[in-house]
Design a protein around this ligand. Structure first.
Ligand code: LLP
Length: 435
């Protein structure tokens, strides 16, 4: 948790100049709260570290796709790394120019490819030779030339959670590294493609420089090999993956990555792209949740709160550890060890086990830290609970940027076919015939 953003005054937790308990009162819980200045500070730190290098940042929209977050980043001069037509549309809507948008993803549909081509995005990061053929075909039909970068699988294992490692041979991403030259030749020979570069992304929440160095080294080497064959590339997209501190991790300082890049780049005339997601936004967010009940199970004290895996999936999905702290520190309460559990009807719905907290009870508030990335973005409506509202704080002001999504709004989109109520009728026609 960043001390300059989240701090206590008289025992109460603040985000910048805003009292978090007051926000919870006003907008209800669970509630995501983001600090605009924390996001800006992170981006500026990266820009400063890479100053003088031919580097641009395309924020991985998936980390936090909110339009206000994207707008804030657009104003900082950041582009977008997108993985769907929906993300492309978000980026454009937030004012990110198409020529600052890259489009990745293993399953681009024809419609998404057309959207990218019509908008004139910077490049398609292509995952397979079949996809090359598909983009070539669609670009031909539209009378365009598609700028493509081939995503390489460098076969590098980074120390991170198994489910968020992407650069090993067995992962589904990219073209195996030794097959890359052949695929590049193919891309270069197709009439409606322009091979502009290579891409890789080896995983997420990586806190060690070594795997980046190994993977980047392979990509630069490949670029040299292609250059020697007469295939000239404009740029290398080195992906994202920079870790943040959830507990006691020591993230790689951007300055160290910049020094590595300066060394690898040497005199080559290549542009570089990075696609940070988490590193820009994770630390800027907290999730506020209210205690509903206390109970004991097998001698373990449980605090039952109103946010669960529907609001924050990371603890269940990746065994992720997020700091949990009281929003108002009760002055003389004794400390105790508790499991903080959510309301969802699944045993896995635990936000944190064995946490030391002051004794809290009904209506007390907790803040779950470092959830600005992959928090709200991965929330679901499971158990038909409302989706959390989101608030953006800047100095003393707080704006609600997403109201709670109530079950009524979700139900309003659902249709109940009339045949269900008609006696004796057999369903079979589907839409149109049955109703
Ligand atoms: N570029 C590509 C091609 C990616 O697949 C990703 C993340 C990124 C960039 C951004 O990675 P970052 O800088 O945020 O580490 N839901 C998981 C993380 C999944 C990341 C997927 N790809 C989590 O909550 O940890």
């Amino acid at each position: 948790m960043i001390a300059e953003t989240f701090h206590r005054q008289a025992g109460r937790l603040f985000c910048e100049g805003v009292d978090l308990a007051a926000l919870a009162e006003r907008y209800g819980t669970p509630l995501y709260v983001y600090s605009a200045s924390a996001i800006r500070r992170r981006v500026r730190r990266f820009h400063a570290a890479f100053a003088g290098l031919p580097v641009r940042f395309c924020y991985a929209v998936k980390a936090n796709p909110h339009l206000a977050v994207l707008r804030l980043l657009a104003r900082e001069g950041v582009g977008a790394d997108t993985v769907s037509g929906g993300e492309i549309r978000r980026a454009v809507q937030a004012g990110i120019a198409p020529e600052r948008i890259v489009f990745a993803g293993v399953a681009k549909s024809d419609e998404e490819i057309r959207l990218g081509l019509e908008l004139g995005i910077l490049q398609f990061n292509v995952e397979s030779r079949e996809e090359l053929a598909r983009i070539d075909l669609i670009a031909g039909r539209l009378g365009r030339r598609a700028p493509v970068a081939l995503r390489i699988n460098p076969d590098v294992a980074a120390a991170t959670h198994d489910k968020i490692a992407t650069g090993r041979r067995r992962d589904k991403f990219g073209i195996p590294w030794e097959k890359a030259p052949e695929a590049c030749r193919e891309a270069n020979g197709r009439p409606h493609l322009q091979l502009v570069g290579l891409h890789l992304h080896i995983g997420s929440q990586i806190t060690d420089l070594a795997p980046f160095e190994q993977a980047y080294g392979r990509l630069f080497h490949l670029a040299d090999q292609l250059q020697a064959e007469g295939i000239h590339l404009k740029r290398l997209d080195l992906g994202g993956g920079f870790g943040v501190r959830y507990r006691d991790e020591e993230p790689v300082a951007p300055e160290r990555v910049a020094a590595l890049i300066a060394r690898l780049l040497g005199q080559r005339e290549l542009e570089l792209i990075f696609e940070p997601g988490r590193a820009f936004v994770a630390e800027a967010g907290v999730l506020l949740t209210r205690v509903l009940y206390r109970k004991e199970s097998a001698g373990q004290k449980l605090l039952v709160v109103d946010a669960g895996m529907d609001a924050l999936l990371r603890p269940v999905l990746y065994d992720a550890w997020h700091e949990i702290l009281p929003v108002v520190a009760p002055p003389h309460a004794p400390q105790e060890t508790v499991d903080v559990v959510g309301p969802i009807c699944e045993s896995g719905d635990v936000l944190g086990r064995g946490r030391r907290l002051p004794r809290l009870g009904r209506d007390d508030l907790l803040a779950i830290a470092t959830v600005g990335a992959y928090g709200a973005a991965m929330a679901s409506g499971y158990n038909s609970r409302p989706r959390p509202a989101e608030v953006l704080v800047a100095g003393d002001r707080a704006d609600c940027i997403t109201p709670r999504l109530e079950p009524e709004e979700v139900m309003a989109r659902e249709r109940v076919p009339a045949w269900i109520d008609r006696d004796g009728e057999v369903a079979g026609g589907g839409d149109g015939r049955a109703a």
